[in-house]
Design a binder for this molecule. Structure first.
Ligand code: 5GP
Ligand code: ZN
Length: 123
């Protein structure tokens, strides 16, 4: 998509603070972070929203979800579990979908939001 900001970031036409990249995804810091750590996991393929994903995107979505805890840990906000429902740290994962879902950029992305609270807006 020529006029999509995340396609432009993936194509390096717009700079970003990239923390991870491979053939399928690029991950960078949100420009307006809601918490001490706020990453966006963005597929290089242009898909407008989660509601427009289908079976062909299953592996991509799984990859995005599994990247979240790894990158959160690398950024210092991983969930350190004792294995019994207690632990420390942690992060939120979020797909905003459509106008009532609060989606602003219509290129699929997974927010990874974490770090010590309080967070802006506590969301
Ligand atoms: P949405 O509301 O669509 O789920 O979230 C879009 C996110 O993209 C917002 O949190 C916003 O701050 C972030 N964002 C928008 N434009 C840019 C940009 O040019 N660079 C970066 N790094 N983040 C952006
Ligand atoms: Zn795009």
């Amino acid at each position: 998509m020529t006029d999509c900001i995340f396609c432009k970031i993936a194509a390096k036409q717009i700079p970003s603070k990239t923390v991870y990249e491979d053939d399928d995804v690029i991950v960078f810091h949100d420009i307006n972070p809601a918490a001490p750590v706020h990453l966006l996991i963005v597929p290089k393929l242009h898909v407008p929203s989660l509601a427009e994903c289908s079976d062909q995107h299953q592996a991509l979505l799984g990859k995005m979800m599994l990247l979240a805890p790894k990158l959160a840990a690398e950024q210092g906000c991983g969930y350190v579990t004792n294995g019994d429902g207690t632990g420390s740290g942690g992060f939120k994962t979020l797909f905003n979908t459509g106008p009532d879902g609060g989606q602003e950029v219509y290129h699929l992305h997974l927010h990874v939001i974490g770090g010590p609270r309080p967070w802006r807006g506590q969301r």
